[in-house]
Write a protein that binds this ligand. Structure first.
Ligand code: ZN
Length: 397
């Protein structure tokens, strides 16, 4: 049971109950659409009249829409779904290589997007984000907010990027800058936290019931997002989840962002996999300057060296994951990033490494799965910073 936070608690009133019922109906429509009023009544034990009042309110607020289902003999049923087609959110996926600015509807379907290389100068990148956002806002008057995913340390409460290692950006008040330029509310978070939020709200059915999980974002570095009891755990100033720098061994194939060859990210990031691959060319320099994505393509085409590099990397991913499971006991661990594309190649080694390292204490393990977010998980993370607030309970508990 969560301890009451006396600083935040509000006294229960009748509109608190109404607000909870509203969130229940909205989330039934979100997860089970197309669904009828009668089906919601059956599943929730809410009165039909209460549901109709709430549905009218949600329709008036533009959150859901009705359509006629197929008749099974009598009158065709009236079904409910989230309002489709209109843009309601802008997501900004700022990664170390490129930035995507995109709109989506309430269900997280991407409608329009622009992409450009991320400039190492924060002001240049900021200006391009604002230009793209303004263009998209002009087209869709109902945009309700902007969510920004950043590759670094972010205080999501203040909207400040505290440190973006790749570009050495410090104390960048990005939320405030974008808010002033666009007039829209802006939410900012670390990329792994935002992705964890997206898995929580928009992940595939197999994790829909899971309320405690860890998301591992494998990229040039290694990020983690922790979900406890259905919400993202941020820690003080948002610094939770820096497991990429826990010590895994010595003599890693690369150094971590801070120069250590002992950290998990030095063993299990994309850079570590590439370094292993390059070593396998026997000094012939045959594997030159290829990208992680190209290496994965080679592995998928059956090239044994590329496969070996990925499988060894999966082994170290598994060791780190087993440490996290021992400490946090999540129900599931989700592995995200480009590497999810070769999940069938690495899953077995990864799971074996996890199980072997769990054995010493006989502790319960957790399901390890590839990300369920599809082609652009970081963008889904950025969008969910806006979208999740539409569905989440606003009642402090
Ligand atoms: Zn480190």
């Amino acid at each position: 049971m969560r301890r009451i936070d006396l600083k935040k608690v509000s006294v229960a009133r009748s509109d608190t109950i109404r607000s909870i019922n509203r969130q229940i109906v909205l989330n039934y429509v979100r997860e089970r659409a197309p669904i009828s009023r009668a089906e919601i009544a059956q599943e929730t034990a809410l009165q039909r009249s209460t549901i109709s009042l709430i549905v009218d309110e949600l329709k008036a607020q533009g959150l859901i829409e009705e359509f006629e289902g197929e008749s099974t003999g009598g009158r065709p049923p009236t079904l409910l779904q989230l309002r489709a087609a209109d843009a309601v959110a802008i997501g900004v996926d700022l990664s170390t290589k490129y930035t995507i600015v995109a709109t989506s509807d309430l269900a997280g379907r991407v409608l329009e997007k622009e992409e450009f290389p991320t400039d190492a100068n924060s002001q240049t990148t900021l200006n391009r984000i604002i230009d793209s956002a303004r263009k998209l806002i002009k087209k869709g008057i109902d945009i309700e907010g902007i969510g920004i995913s950043l590759p670094g340390l972010v205080d999501s409460e203040t909207g400040n990027a505290l440190f973006i290692p790749r570009f050495k950006w410090r104390d960048w008040n990005v939320a405030e800058e974008v808010r002033v330029a666009t007039g829209l509310p802006v939410r900012v978070d670390n990329d792994a936290n935002a992705m964890a939020l997206a898995e929580l709200w928009f992940g595939r059915p197999e994790i829909r019931e899971v309320r405690d999980f860890i998301l591992i974002l494998v990229e040039e570095g290694l990020g983690t997002g922790i979900v406890f009891d259905g919400q993202v755990y941020h820690g003080v100033v948002g610094a939770a989840g820096e497991f990429g720098h826990m010590i895994i061994g010595t003599n890693a194939p690369v150094a971590c962002a801070s120069g250590s060859r002992e950290c998990w990210e030095a063993f299990a990031s994309e850079r570590a996999a590439l370094a292993r691959y390059v070593k396998l060319d026997g000094g012939s320099n045959a594997y030159g300057d290829i990208t992680f994505s190209q290496m994965m393509d080679r592995a998928l085409n059956g090239e044994s060296d590329a496969r070996a590099a990925l499988i060894e990397t999966a082994h170290y991913l598994g060791i780190g994951i087993s440490n996290l499971i021992k400490g946090l006991s999540p129900e599931a661990v989700i592995v995200g990033g480009q590497i999810a594309r070769v999940w069938p190649l690495i899953a077995e080694e990864l799971k074996t490494a996890v199980e072997e390292n769990m054995m010493c204490r006989g502790l319960p393990s957790a399901g390890v799965i590839g990300s369920t977010l599809g082609a652009n998980p970081r963008l889904m993370g950025a969008l969910s910073l806006v979208l999740a607030s539409k569905f989440a309970s606003t009642i402090p508990t």
